[in-house]
Design a protein around this ligand. Structure first.
Ligand SMILES: O[C@H]1[C@H](O)[C@@H](O)[C@H](O)[C@@H](O)[C@H]1O
Length: 603
């Protein structure tokens, strides 16, 4: 590593100064060997306990759909209350993720994890014993507050304790826990759906168990050494680093973190952290990349696809609601399984290639999904019978000529008989407001009765093209889950310098939650205006836009130390592809980067 003398210029470690810690990139240095030799078992324990935050994220967002099926019957919830109970959590998560930036910087990662698990635990208990819907709403709000803080803190903590050659893999484990939490939630939903009374109490309340485990675990686990050093607790930082590197030589790492912090201090201008981030080009670029990735993750429609997987599966001919719940668990399991593939791939192919391949495949499979819906819509069975019941005079349901338009109206469903595989004697009827499994009147008012030959389809139409939709769903999960699912979290945990890390992750996690709520709340309206296939073509187009964004703006961060990554964003945005790994950047006073060739030319 060459040194640039003079008071104007100082040197920072650059991507090419230090060998990326990966076998494909030449022989590892002594320091790297010592990190690899003492296999950091303790780091895995830290990752496991921290990723319980990811598990709770997945569990609490996933469990609500099954709980709602029981709750709406037992508490007689209107659709407004149902929507409130679902979205209050996501809305609160968005706000608390933003606040989490300040809390993380001020009190440290460990205190934030303890706080989030305490909140989760309290929220779980409140939900488990809630006597009425108002208390339920309060409990869901509390859970959301925990979610926001946990979603941004866990990846940061893991990234800061992980050795560089394992960092991507360990942070991706956090997303594996998210999808694992969603899968376990769907199993718990399935099991407790057999309980006639109070099943929802167990579904919602059980989250207190992993939360308590995380809380007690973290009472004994250490703070991130990087945060400790930033706060001047040097001895403690050195001790923790020694602990998590399993007795390897930690001096070089310690020095590199320390000098990084010192440089940051010298360069620090005035104003709030967010203002400094926005006015300092490399960090501003990192922020755009981080928030953009989180935005495109949600705009690719993951939560809509997961949420509607039961409907998609019903289109494939599954009539019974309980079977649909269990099949939705299969979807969640597929998401989990392919995230595991991401854990395996991330250190092998790198973040950039993994994200690019994933988003391209996601866009293509969304097109397959859309094509399936399009063909189903074109072959949509006609309404053959318009009942003359006076109560139907003011209902829009009686005005539809095809199943497709009938099912897109949330107030109506399609009631039909079958002759072999073809649909006969069909009508469009108002749905039973208290229970969408049946019509408000007529022969489908008891739901689907195979014995009498009456079939009730709410939200879907019987179709022979369902296999295309099913194939689209499986392809979607296979492409999305290894890359676009975890990479936005992984990349965000590593692209900001220490002084901007909490705020950067708070902003990007906030963007994730806001886009999540936006996409879920607008899906039904979008589907009504554009139909299902229009909605999925739209998501596919957005995913393609995401591909262009990732292609131009996401540099490879594999194997680099956190302190080295900032310089990848020294170049103008949208040219910082893989090529940036070969260029030496030198930071000159005032915070700007120059290529070392420019500097030596001047000398
Ligand atoms: O990375 C996660 C994961 O992909 C989940 O399955 C999804 O529900 C979340 O919204 C996302 O942030």
């Amino acid at each position: 590593m060459e040194t640039v003398s003079g008071d104007k210029r100082r040197l920072i470690r650059t991507p090419s100064d230090v060998q990326p810690i990966n076998q494909e990139h030449g022989p590892p240095t002594d320091d790297v060997r010592s990190v690899q030799r003492g296999m950091p078992c303790f780091v895995y324990i830290l990752t496991g306990f921290s990723a319980l935050g990811g598990f709770l994220f997945g569990y609490d967002t996933g469990v609500v759909s099954g709980a709602m099926l029981l709750l709406k019957k037992e508490m007689n919830l209107s659709s407004l209350w149902q929507e409130l109970l679902v979205s209050v959590t996501v809305g609160a998560a968005a706000l608390s993720a933003l606040a989490g930036g300040y809390l993380n910087g001020m009190f440290g990662r460990r205190i934030c994890i303890l706080l989030a698990s305490f909140i989760f635990c309290a929220g779980g208990i409140i939900l488990g014993v809630a006597p009425n819907k108002e208390v339920l709403l309060f409990g869901r709000l509390i859970v959301g507050l925990g979610l926001g803080v946990a979603s941004m803190t866990s990846p940061v903590y893991i990234a800061e304790v992980a050795p560089p050659h394992l960092r991507g893999q360990l942070v991706t484990i956090n997303t594996l826990f998210i999808t694992g939490g969603q899968f376990i939630a769907s199993v718990v939903d399935g099991v407790f759906s057999y309980l006639q009374h109070d099943g929802w109490r167990y579904m919602l309340g059980l989250s207190a168990v992993p939360a308590a485990l995380q809380f007690f675990g973290f009472l004994f686990l250490p703070e991130s050494p990087r945060w400790l050093l930033q706060k001047g607790e040097t001895e403690k930082a050195r001790r923790v680093l020694g602990q998590i590197r399993a007795g390897g030589n930690v001096e070089e790492e310690y020095e590199s973190i320390r000098s990084g912090i010192e440089e940051e201090r010298n360069d620090a201008g005035g104003g709030s952290v967010l203002w400094r981030m926005l006015t300092y080009a490399p960090v501003r670029r990192a922020l755009i990349v981080g928030c953009g990735l989180q935005m495109f993750q949600q705009l690719s429609g993951i939560n809509t696809v997961m949420y509607y997987s039961a409907t998609i599966l019903q289109m494939s001919g599954v009539q019974d609601d309980r079977t649909a719940i269990w099949l939705a668990s299969a979807t969640a399991f597929t998401n989990f399984l392919f995230t595991l593939l991401g854990v395996w791939l991330v250190e092998r192919v790198g973040r950039r290639k993994l994200t690019l391949g994933s988003i391209l495949g996601t866009a293509a499979s969304l097109m397959v999904l859309a094509a399936g819906f399009l063909l189903s819509a074109q072959a949509s069975p006609p309404v053959t019978f318009h009942p003359s019941d006076p109560s139907l005079h003011n209902s829009s349901c009686n005005t539809y000529g095809f199943c497709e338009s009938c099912m897109l109206d949330p107030g109506c469903g399609f009631c039909y008989g079958k002759n072999g595989t073809s649909v006969v004697e069909s009508s469009c009827l108002p749905v039973n407001a208290a229970n969408t499994e049946s019509a408000a009147m007529g022969r489908c008012s008891n739901g689907t009765q195979e014995s009498t030959g009456a079939f009730w389809a709410y939200n879907f139409c019987p179709t022979s093209y369902s296999w295309i939709v099913l194939m689209g769903l499986i392809l979607y999960l296979a492409f999305f889950a290894p890359g676009m699912g975890p990479m936005p979290w992984t990349v965000n945990s590593e692209i900001y310098p220490l002084w901007a890390r909490s705020t950067g992750n708070a902003c990007s996690a906030g963007v994730n939650w806001i886009c999540n709520v936006l996409v879920s709340l607008t899906f039904l309206h979008v589907a009504q205006y554009l139909t299902y296939y229009g909605a999925f073509f739209l998501y596919s187009g957005l995913a393609l836009l995401g591909f262009v964004f990732v292609m131009g703006c996401l540099p490879e961060t594999k194997g680099l130390r956190l302190e080295e990554i900032e310089s990848l964003f020294a170049k103008r945005l949208c040219t910082c592809g893989e090529g940036s790994q070969g260029v030496h950047y030198i930071r000159v006073k005032g915070g700007n980067y120059r290529s070392d060739e420019d500097v030596s030319d001047e000398e």
